[in-house]
Design a protein around this ligand. Structure first.
Ligand SMILES: CC/C=C\C/C=C\C/C=C\C/C=C/C(=O)SCCNC(=O)CCNC(=O)[C@H](O)C(C)(C)COP(=O)(O)OP(=O)(O)OC[C@H]1O[C@@H](n2cnc3c(N)ncnc32)[C@H](O)[C@@H]1OP(=O)(O)O
Ligand SMILES: Cc1cc2nc3c(=O)[nH]c(=O)nc-3n(C[C@H](O)[C@H](O)[C@H](O)COP(=O)(O)OP(=O)(O)OC[C@H]3O[C@@H](n4cnc5c(N)ncnc54)[C@H](O)[C@@H]3O)c2cc1C
Length: 650
């Protein structure tokens, strides 16, 4: 039933795979949405294996940034020949440039820019954040002043803090970019708008007059990406280079407002909506690496004299790793919802934007945070080898944790989600009904279905009792934060200051609300699976997810007596029971994520489980090992020891 078994694999992994009680093919197709996608994934991987020019000449962990970027550019240029969609130096081109053209360009602009972007005739990025401002877009300093005489915009960075700072692929790769700047026309400031701006010559790739651009230097991770800075000095672009699907500017400089004030933020909403799946994949990668490794790593005896056991036998190891698998699945279902909502928005339904913004901002924050935490758990669960770059986990963590910051700092995003909750609380207090159905927030209008939680000692529990418990917590925290806000305002504190004073409570309400949403999506999502053995595995994962989350918020559940201590004990037992049931299938479940060795990029997580011999091979690639004696040895340490020896002879 496990189709990942191959001759030559580590027998400890084969032993695990032979225990599989379900079809890995069916589970893999469900994770990647259909069997066709799995087939295509396998074809692409096979193609990669056969085309050596696409391989790295040495492990990239040993390359400096210069050679990493060169290697990435080499592969990307080759990939264009092989497949349409490529990697790192084009990351932002695909995730932000093309979506902005689709989302913000009018038909004529789209006809001009989209085919060229898709054909990679130019490479672009999204330059919004500045040295002095990222979160607070209204205070961006870059200006685009309209000159009706020439029908051009003049772009300027008036101060050092106005320098664009951070955009991925801006430093060295991009030549046509989106600049977010404050539109000024006829002396009036209309706030941030997007402009299509050439920054490098298309032939020589040299920066254009008035453009100062470069790489911002090494970061916490993602060394292959050339995040950049940019200063603009009186750079002129034609009027039609302002993105005009929503807001427009006539040749005489008169401004036409968009249908919704925040339509200009559409690209950010898009990335927040799609990055949920990327996070699920990253957590899936980390789980695959750590669970496969835990199945071949033996350490310690459980019963003296019976031999060392795989570390995966320890309940503590299972408790660290299996909830990460469950969360990867939960995030996948949550991401399907936000992508569907975004498709509705892109199809022209502008009214869906507030709901989409509400759910995607909270979700982006919770999912990136839990993904980064989960990867770090996986890394630590691999012991010393998890600390080596050979595990792939340090780089994976460094990449994932950036998601907590980019596309809206997480705390700020939770506060955006809380805005929606507070509005609903205000409606409820005024006995107002929802104007429009929203399956994500409608529960806030209802009172608790039961005054006491229904979790009991059954080991095959109904998910609805847990979801109701999460709803109860989210509702209580939302109304508590709202009431506190109102009390502060009644004491004469301004609405804005009251908001700041309730920030922590608002964040907690938004987190609880997002937990409720994810749990419901997971619970509904698995109903689509008809194959009974696969359904059983998904139910075990759901059970683990739900009761693990109960234990994460036990204080909030106990706070008002909604649950009693005994129900927390039942919840713990349900976690342990789920771990016990999942254990025999653990390797097969992560196999079903269907990540190949290129994607895993980890000696510990290889499909064949032959870890130790490959660790030795990997270490031998270290440039330090090109020399038995380092050329500078006798200059420093050698000399120091020689001097000490000479001294001791005196
Ligand atoms: C496939 C992709 C996968 C992985 C990614 C891989 C690679 C990419 C890697 C990195 C790319 C990174 C890119 C970037 O980081 S780009 C820069 C991102 N920057 C941000 O996200 C900035 C965050 N700041 C904001 O979004 C806004 O400034 C903020 C929302 C904080 C505040 O905006 P503003 O001051 O204008 O509004 P408010 O007064 O707070 O609210 C007024 C009103 O508007 C509503 N609102 C706000 N934003 C939106 C929106 N986007 N859509 C709809 N509505 C919005 C807000 O809720 C208020 O409503 P109401 O309460 O009804 O008044
Ligand atoms: C790897 C990476 C890639 C990036 N790629 C891009 C890109 O391609 N294009 C681009 O334009 N930008 C990019 N960025 C920039 C990114 O979008 C910003 O860093 C991000 O939006 C956060 O803004 P900031 O840096 O101004 O943080 P700040 O807003 O200064 O945050 C600092 C602290 O202040 C808090 N804070 C700020 N405002 C509030 C508030 N209103 N209420 C409560 N607390 C608040 C935050 O929670 C945080 O704790 C990237 C960043 C990184 C790290």
């Amino acid at each position: 039933m496990n189709s990942y078994i191959k001759p030559g694999d580590n027998p400890l992994l084969t032993e695990e795979r032979k225990k599989c009680q379900f079809s890995t093919d069916i589970l893999a197709a469900f994770y990647h949405e259909n069997a066709q996608k799995i087939k295509r994934r396998h074809e692409i991987y096979q193609y990669y294996l056969e085309n050596k020019e696409l391989h790295d000449p040495e492990p990239t962990e040993f390359m400096d940034r210069y050679h990493r970027l060169e290697n990435a550019e080499r592969k990307v240029s080759l990939l264009k020949k092989h497949v349409k969609k490529a990697g790192s130096p084009l990351g932002l081109h695909y995730t932000m440039m093309i979506p902005t053209i689709l989302n913000n360009a009018d038909d004529e602009q789209k006809a001009e820019w989209l085919p060229k972007a898709q054909n990679l005739e130019f490479i672009g990025t999204y330059a919004q954040t500045e040295l002095g401002h990222g979160t607070n877009l209204r205070f961006l300093e870059t200006t685009a002043t309209y000159d009706p005489k020439t029908q051009e915009f003049i772009l300027n960075s008036p101060t050092t803090s106005a320098a664009k700072w951070w955009p991925g692929n801006l430093g060295k790769s991009s030549n046509r970019i989106i600049v977010v700047a404050r539109l000024i026309s006829n002396g009036k400031d209309y706030g941030p708008h997007s402009f299509f701006v050439p920054i490098r010559d298309p032939i020589t790739h040299k920066s254009l007059p008035g453009v100062t651009v470069g790489d911002i230097g090494p970061k916490f991770g993602i060394p292959t990406v050339d995040n950049g800075f940019l200063l603009l000095n009186n750079v002129r672009i034609p009027r039609r280079n302002m993105f005009m699907k929503n807001a427009k500017l006539n040749p005489d400089g008169t401004y036409i407002s968009p249908k919704h004030a925040k339509l200009a933020y559409g690209t950010m909403v898009y990335v927040r909506a799609v990055m949920i799946r990327t996070m699920s994949h990253m957590l899936g990668l980390a789980s695959t690496i750590s669970i496969r490794y835990s199945a071949i790593r033996k350490q310690g005896e459980i019963e003296a004299g019976k031999g060392e056991v795989k570390v995966l036998e320890y309940q503590t190891q299972q408790y660290r790793l299996l909830p990460q698998v469950a969360r990867a699945w939960a995030f996948e279902f949550a991401g399907r919802y936000t992508r569907k909502l975004y498709a509705q928005f892109l199809g022209g339904d502008v009214d869906v934007l507030p709901a989409l913004h509400g759910v995607s901002s909270g979700l982006k924050a919770v999912v990136t945070h839990q993904t980064a935490q989960g990867i770090e758990q996986c890394r630590m669960a691999c012991g010393g080898h998890g600390y080596s770059e050979a595990s792939g986990l340090p780089q994976l963590f460094a990449t994932a944790v950036a998601g907590c910051t980019y596309e809206g700092e997480n705390m700020v995003m939770l506060l955006q989600s809380a805005r929606q909750l507070v509005k609903i609380a205000s409606d409820v207090r005024k006995n107002q009904k929802p104007t429009k159905q929203n399956p994500v927030t409608d529960y806030l209008y209802k009172t608790s279905a039961a005054t006491k939680c229904k979790i009991d000692q059954t080991t095959d529990p109904d998910p609805s009792s847990v979801i109701e418990a999460f709803e109860h917590v989210a509702r209580r925290l939302t109304f508590a934060a709202f009431d506190k806000l109102e009390q502060l305002k009644q004491r004469g504190i301004s609405a804005e200051n009251a908001w700041v004073q309730c920030g922590v409570d608002l964040r907690r309400a938004a987190t609880a609300h997002t937990r409720t949403f994810i749990a419901r999506q997971f619970s509904n999502g698995i109903l689509e699976m008809r194959d009974l053995p696969v359904q059983a595995v998904l139910k075990d994962l759901l059970q683990l997810y739900l009761f693990y989350e109960v234990l994460e918020c036990d204080g909030d559940l106990l706070y008002d007596g909604y649950v009693i201590g005994q129900q927390i004990e039942y919840s713990k037992n349900n976690v342990y029971e789920a771990l016990r049931r999942l254990r025999p299938n653990a390797v097969s479940i992560v196999d079903s994520f269907d990540f190949n060795d290129r994607e895993l990029n980890s000696v510990l997580g290889r499909r064949d489980g032959n870890v130790y011999e490959n660790m030795l091979e990997w270490a031998k690639s270290s440039p330090l090992n090109k020399h038995d004696v380092m050329p500078f040895h006798h200059k420093y340490l050698g000399k120091m020891m020689e001097d000490a020896r000479q001294q001791s002879k005196l």
